[in-house]
Ligand binder design. Structure first.
Ligand code: CMP
Length: 185
């Protein structure tokens, strides 16, 4: 009788130890996850206005100028947060340039942008939008300041080597068009 009571007590004790461990680890996981979620949200808000989106266009890629352009971008203090080598279908180009749908050059622009390889990139730097637009120069390469990317590498107003977002909001939309969250570093 005393022996079976001892065995009973032993199992109750083991059960209490096991339960404590399990409950403790659930609490830890919950607290850790909560902290991680908060960090992600804080970083996201902090970095949003320091980002821009760019795309090296088919003319610059096919001319073998992408390496020189990326070098210029990095030398000007931009950090690459996401980058890939890809192509746009005519339909996807139409979606990307939806904002220009009513412009007379829309059809040609979409045909051109889906004609070859492109390199979409997300960049980070303080005052990223303005700083990057200064680096690439005016849309029309004939008007682009000396030493800018379009002045050095663009062929024409439609084949103008590189794109640069014009606002924080568009940088976010355009970056998300090409990159899922997991591909942004
Ligand atoms: P980007 O600013 O990267 O995105 C819109 C593009 O439309 C622009 O580059 C030019 O390549 C193109 N674009 C703008 N204006 C004209 C125009 N008048 N004629 C042809 N293409 C244009």
């Amino acid at each position: 009788m005393l022996f079976s009571k001892k065995i009973g007590l032993y199992f109750v004790k083991q059960f209490i130890i096991y339960s404590r461990k399990q409950f403790g680890s659930v609490l830890f996981t919950f607290a850790h996850q909560n902290k991680t979620d908060k960090n992600i949200k804080t970083n996201y808000i902090k970095m949003a206005d320091n980002k821009t989106f760019t795309m090296i266009k088919p003319d610059a890629v096919s001319a073998g100028n992408s390496g020189a352009i990326i070098k210029m971008i990095e030398e000007n203090g931009f950090k690459i947060k996401a980058m890939k080598y890809t192509r746009l279908s005519l339909e996807r180009a139409g979606q990307f340039y939806e904002i220009h749908k009513e412009r007379p050059f829309y059809k040609d622009l979409c045909a051109y942008m889906s004609s070859g390889t492109i390199i979409p990139i997300i960049l980070e730097k303080e005052n990223a939008i303005e700083s990057f637009r200064t680096l690439i120069g005016a849309t029309n390469p004939q008007e682009a300041a000396e030493g800018t990317i379009r002045n050095l590498f663009a062929e024409s107003i439609s084949a103008n080597a590189i794109h640069g977002s014009d606002s924080d909001e568009n940088a976010e939309i355009e970056g998300n068009f090409f990159f899922p969250e997991i591909e942004k570093f």
